[in-house]
Write a protein that binds this ligand. Structure first.
Ligand SMILES: Nc1ncnc2c1ncn2[C@@H]1O[C@H](COP(=O)(O)OP(=O)(O)OP(=O)(O)O)[C@@H](O)[C@H]1O
Ligand SMILES: [Mg+2]
Length: 686
């Protein structure tokens, strides 16, 4: 791996480990620079060359994860490989979510580490966008941009696989890339029919508006492969192409909610501070709504200052005020940044010191002395002074996302700010998932109810998109053209209007060649009636992360239930795993309030008059993930015929009788066990 010009930073407090890793890197022909702490790394000057950071998690002072956050706040983009002696899951999830590329456990295998470094450097090198006018390929955000003639650049979405195919062709522009080479590169270890590749190419051509017969971008070399024929150059423009107008996704079906937010902004601009909670299940479109609203608001009110902060899962307890710090950091880098820094300097040393890039090392040492022993109360007092001073500068829009993971200090801050009843042109928007799903005892839960009772905030609870909104979305994606017969209904039926599920289902079906966009229009390639959507990979990861919040007993009970049916009784599951039915009924009942994965679906009376409570999976995807987590032997447990004559009908295949209440989803697929002939497997082209 001789890759002169690439630099690997190693941050580890253990000198022998640090030097060992550095030696390994140098022996592979790369430059290495070592640091004993996060602070030392932050203070160092770093040349602008392809680089990567090998980072120990457990450091004295700021931890590796803190350093990662700090770099993200200051927009430093360096791929990170974490090394840890502990490697626990929440930590990994958090680090990876925040952009880390690898997480290796000590003692790390030399080859594994070098391979990870190699990949980082490659990605760091290609971080500059490749441009083939009017398009730019954005590796960081995995999308394509079309340069706007007059307005902002337009962001074009490709499925992950189509993006990978296009990237590969662009990377090897000018030369023939054979079908086999592409299949090996994009689908390693999977056998794929070459037709799938054709569909991907057709999709890409659709987005590029390229003509196979007169190609401007992708030329088909008959029976051999493809060649990217347009001229490609590196677009090294330093500023991010992410302008408010450009990133705005097309948001459908949210006119009422946008109107409500606009009303709040108008009130705020009249000097009445407003607080709004936007709530709803994962993927329902909270962030999309906020993005759309912020985009509209800054267009209409160019003087509006926007500070946006995010709560991070599993991080709540450790860094007080994290979302506020992030939002303030953003303001410091924004158009009025110098004023914000002045305000922080004048009013809030405990906050200023949190931004190492704003102060010199010496200033930082002085500040640290000054605030030695400072309490959480002092931080709270100081931030109020900052917020009051900021209000005088310009109207402010604060957005805090994913409050279900807020740290206690942030909750205190929200509580205190909401009750202060000051005036000011301030709108605070907070998004959050239902608490019961993730953190049932979270203090924000009661806070929101109290604020609502005292009319100190309002709530916009998002519901799934209607079928007509889903149709509108698909139609807009199809350039306003007509949709294939039954297509919108198919998507709606399988996703029940959850936008995240809609996106995932479209990607999933496209990747499998069931649908495609040709010339910008959706086409269905197999009869609609034959398509049944399996759980798309992205969705599986999301659902898996949710499942991790359940106890192992709960997970097992739901796994068995997934074999039993889309609807099931506790009795059926209890018999399969030889457990007490009442205990299981309580467990499922609990889960209906907390998990967001199952809900009550009425009751079912047995022949002997006994009434069973019936439960159902909220969505077919949940059931399928639970089903697929099991080995065939585990699944057989759920399929064992019941010993009891009275419940036999309900144990092996779920409940197959009318219920008093329940969703249409459950009724449609009540007997459709994912492993049985009851569910049609997706038509497989691979
Ligand atoms: N109204 C909408 N119209 C079109 N697309 C939407 C709409 N709402 C959401 N989406 C898309 O659906 C996906 C999921 O939405 P989003 O990330 O906003 O959900 P969320 O509620 O913020 O989820 P989470 O709880 O995980 O943060 C995104 O790709 C988003 O662009
Ligand atoms: Mg969100």
């Amino acid at each position: 791996m001789s890759d002169v010009g690439a630099l690997v930073y190693v941050v580890d407090d253990d000198a022998s480990a640090r030097e060992g890793v550095a030696g390994l890197i140098r022996s592979a022909g790369l430059m290495a620079k070592t640091f004993a702490s996060a602070e030392e790394f932050l203070a160092a000057r770093r040349p602008k060359i392809p680089s990567c950071l090998v980072l120990d998690v457990n450091l004295p002072g700021a931890s590796g994860l803190d350093l990662q956050q700090e770099l993200a706040k200051s927009d430093v983009q360096v791929p990170i490989i974490f090394l840890t002696g502990y490697g626990d899951i929440p930590m990994t999830v958090r680090a990876v979510k925040a952009g880390a590329v690898s997480f290796l456990t000590k003692p790390v295998d030399d080859e594994e580490l070098l391979e990870a470094i190699r990949q980082c450097i490659t990605s760091s090198k290609s971080a500059a966008m490749k441009e083939f006018p009017p398009f730019r390929l954005d590796d960081v955000n995995q999308c394509l941009w079309r340069r706007g003639e007059t307005g902002p650049d337009e962001r074009l979405q490709l499925t992950p696989k189509a993006f990978a195919v296009l990237s590969y062709l662009v990377e090897h522009a000018g030369r023939l890339v054979t079908q086999d080479e592409l299949l090996d590169a994009i689908w390693p270890d999977t056998f794929i029919q070459p037709e799938v590749l054709k569909y991907q190419i057709a999709d890409i051509r659709g987005v590029l508006e390229d003509d196979a017969k007169k190609p401007r971008f992708i030329e088909t070399m008959h029976r051999r492969g493809y060649r990217f024929v347009a001229k490609v150059r590196d677009d090294e423009r330093p500023e991010s192409p992410v302008s408010a107008g450009a990133t705005r996704a097309r948001v459908v079906g949210r006119a009422r909610e946008l109107g409500e937010l606009r009303t709040c902004l108008e009130k705020a601009l009249r000097g009445e501070p407003q607080i709004v909670f936007i709530t709803g299940e994962p993927g329902i479109g909270k962030t999309a709504l906020v993005d759309e609203f912020v985009g509209q608001a800054v267009t209409e009110q160019p003087s509006l200052l926007v500070g946006r902060g995010q709560c991070v899962e599993g991080y709540g307890g450790t860094e007080p005020y994290y979302p506020m710090l992030e939002a303030l950091g953003q303001l410091c880098r924004g158009p009025q940044g110098h004023r914000v820094v002045e305000i922080l300097t004048a009013h809030a040393p405990t906050w200023l010191v949190q931004f190492p890039w704003l102060v010199t090392r010496e200033q930082r040492q002085v500040l640290q002395q000054e605030i030695l022993g400072a309490t959480r109360d002092r931080m709270l007092r100081e931030i109020h002074e900052v917020l009051d001073a900021l209000k005088l500068q310009a109207p402010l829009l604060w957005v805090f996302e994913d409050l279900q993971w807020a740290d206690p200090s942030t909750v205190d801050l929200i509580s205190a700010s909401a009750r202060r009843r000051t005036t000011g042109k301030v709108l605070v928007i907070m998004t959050k998932r239902p608490m019961a799903m993730t953190t049932p005892n979270h203090p924000l839960h009661t806070l929101k109810s109290e604020l609502l009772t005292h009319r100190l905030c309002r709530e916009i609870a998002l519901t799934p998109l209607s079928e007509s909104a889903v149709t509108e979305y698909l139609r807009a994606e199809s350039g306003g053209g007509t949709l294939p017969e039954g297509f919108a209904e198919l998507i709606y039926r399988n996703t029940e209007g959850n936008p995240l599920f809609v996106m995932a289902a479209l990607d999933h079906m496209t990747e499998r060649g069931l649908i495609a966009r040709e010339g910008g229009q959706w086409r269905v390639r197999v009869p609609v009636g034959e398509i049944e959507i399996g759980v798309p990979e992205t969705l599986r990861h999301i659902i898996e992360a949710q499942i991790q919040h359940l106890t192992s007993e709960e997970q097992r009970a739901l796994e068995v239930a997934s074999v039993a049916g889309a609807r099931f009784s506790a009795q059926a599951v209890a018999e399969a795993i030889e457990q007490d039915a009442e205990i299981l009924e309580e467990l499922f009942d609990e889960l209906t309030h907390r998990s967001g994965m199952v809900r009550a679906a009425g009751s079912h009376q047995l022949a002997d008059g006994k009434v069973l409570q019936v439960f159902e999976f909220v969505h077919v995807f949940y059931r399928e993930v639970f089903y697929r987590r099991q080995t065939p032997a585990q699944r057989r447990v759920g399929q064992e015929p019941s010993s009891s004559e009275t419940t036999r009908a309900s144990s092996a295949a779920g409940i197959d009788v009318p219920v008093k209440a329940g969703s249409s989803n459950a009724r449609r697929s009540a007997r459709a066990s994912p492993g049985s002939a009851g569910i049609r497997r997706p038509v497989r082209l691979q």
